[in-house]
Design a protein around this ligand. Structure first.
Ligand code: HEM
Ligand SMILES: *[C@@H]1O[C@H](CO)[C@@H](O)[C@H](O)[C@H]1NC(C)=O
Length: 315
C-alpha cells in the first residue's frame, strides 16, 4: 500500500515529467529544430543516412537501453561497444557529433546524445517517406560502454532466438516484425549472407529466389567489402515493399526471410505487405516503444559534452 502511494504520488509523476514529448521546450526550445536541420542537410547529399541512423538507434537501445552507449570511443583501459564485431558497420557517428556540436553552442550541457540519436532517426524516417511522429525526450547518457556486453542476435539466428531477445526488452513478436521492416532501407555486406548463396561452400539456402541468388553471387564476387540492398525494389524508401520482397523469397538476410516463413511471424508479414498505412502507423509506434527501452531519466547518468566520451574518464 505504502509503496503504491509512493509510486503514484512521487516516482511515476517524476519519471513522466522527466521523459515526455517536448522535454526541451523550455530548456532548449531549438533542440528539435537544430537536429532536424542537420539531418535535412545530410539527407540532401546522402539518402543512406536514414538506414545508418535506424541501425545505430537499434544497436544503442539493444544494450543497456537507449543511453548512447554505442557512441563511446574505446580507450586504453576500456574496449567500448563500438568496437564489437556486431557494430563494425554501424555508421552515422559524424552526424551525431555535428548535431551535438551545434547543440552545445546553443544550449551547453542540456541535450543528451541518447536523445540526439532518437530525434535524428525520427527525422530521417520522415524524410525517407516514412511516418512522421513525436518522440518522448529526456533520456540521459549512460556511464558504461563495454564491448563484451554487445549480445544482439546475428542475421542467421532462428526466429525463436530473435524473438526471445526482443521479448527480453518488452517487445512483442509483432513489434519485432514491424521493427525489422527497417530493413526496407539500407544494405548488408556479403559476410552476413554469403552462407546462403549457391556459391557457398556449405549448404546454400534453397528458400532464396534463384534470380536474387544469381544477383548476389555476382555482387559478392567484387573486391573490397561489397554490399547489397536489403530491399531489392525501393532501397531508399521507408515503405512496406520489404514485406512483399520476403513473401517472394527475396530476403537477403536469413532472419528477414524467416519472418515470412515462420508461422509465428508470417501473418504479420502478410498484413503489412498488403497495408502500407498500417505498417507506417505500427512502425511509428514500435519505434517510440524501442526508444523507451531501459532509458535513464532525471538525474541518472549524465549529459555528455562530447558524444564519443564520458565527461569524466572511466574504465
Ligand atoms: C535481431 C534483429 C536484427 C538483426 C539480426 C539485424 C541484422 C542486420 C545485419 C546483419 C545488417 C547488415 C549490416 C551491414 O552489413 O552493414 C543490418 C542492417 C540494417 N539493420 Fe538490422 N538487424 C536486426 C534488427 C534491426 C532493427 C530492429 C532495426 C531498426 C529498427 C534495424 C535496422 C537496420 C538497417 C536500417 C540496416 C541497414 C544499415 C546500413 O545501410 O548501414 N535492424 N541488420
Ligand atoms: C572518437 O573517435 C572519433 C573517430 O576516431 C574521433 O573523430 C573523435 O574525435 C573521438 N572522440 C574523442 C572524444 O576523442
Amino acid at each position: 500500500m505504502k509503496i503504491t502511494i509512493l509510486l503514484f504520488c512521487f516516482i511515476l509523476p517524476l519519471a513522466l515529467a522527466d521523459f515526455k514529448v517536448g522535454f526541451y521546450d523550455s530548456s532548449c526550445p531549438k533542440a528539435e529544430s537544430i537536429v532536424k536541420q542537420v539531418v535535412q542537410n545530410r539527407f540532401k547529399r546522402d539518402k543512406s543516412i536514414t538506414a545508418a541512423l535506424l541501425r545505430m538507434h537499434f544497436h544503442d537501445c539493444a544494450i543497456r537501453g537507449c543511453d548512447a552507449s554505442i557512441l563511446i570511443n574505446s580507450t586504453s583501459t576500456n574496449t567500448a561497444e563500438k568496437d564489437s564485431g556486431t557494430n563494425v558497420d554501424v555508421r552515422g557517428y559524424d552526424l551525431i557529433d555535428e548535431a551535438k556540436q551545434t547543440l552545445e553552442s546553443a544550449c551547453p550541457s542540456t541535450v543528451s546524445c541518447a536523445d540526439i540519436i532518437t530525434l535524428a532517426t525520427r527525422d530521417a524516417v520522415g524524410l525517407s517517406g516514412g511516418p512522421k511522429y513525436g518522440v518522448p525526450t529526456g533520456r540521459r547518457d549512460g556511464l558504461v560502454s563495454k564491448m563484451e556486453e554487445v549480445n544482439i542476435p546475428g542475421p542467421n539466428s532462428p526466429v525463436s532466438v530473435t524473438s526471445a531477445f526482443f521479448a527480453s526488452k518488452g517487445i512483442t513478436a509483432q513489434e519485432m516484425v514491424t521493427l525489422l521492416g527497417a530493413h526496407t532501407v539500407g544494405v548488408a555486406h556479403c559476410g552476413f549472407f554469403a552462407n546462403r548463396l549457391s556459391s557457398s561452400q556449405g549448404k546454400p539456402d534453397p528458400t532464396m529466389d534463384p534470380k536474387l541468388d544469381a544477383k548476389l553471387v555476382k555482387v559478392c564476387e567484387a573486391r573490397g567489402d561489397p554490399s547489397a540492398p536489403l530491399d531489392q525494389k525501393t532501397s531508399f524508401v521507408l515503405d512496406n515493399e520489404f514485406y512483399r520482397q520476403i513473401l517472394a523469397n527475396k530476403g537477403v538476410l536469413l532472419i528477414d526471410q524467416e519472418l515470412a516463413l515462420d508461422t509465428r511471424t508470417k501473418g504479420f508479414v502478410t498484413d503489412f505487405a498488403t497495408d502500407g498505412d498500417k505498417f507506417h502507423r505500427s512502425f511509428a509506434d514500435a519505434m517510440v516503444k524501442m526508444g523507451k527501452v531501459d532509458v535513464l531519466v532525471g538525474n541518472q547518468g549524465e549529459i555528455r559534452k562530447k558524444c564519443s566520451a564520458f565527461n569524466k574518464a572511466r574504465n
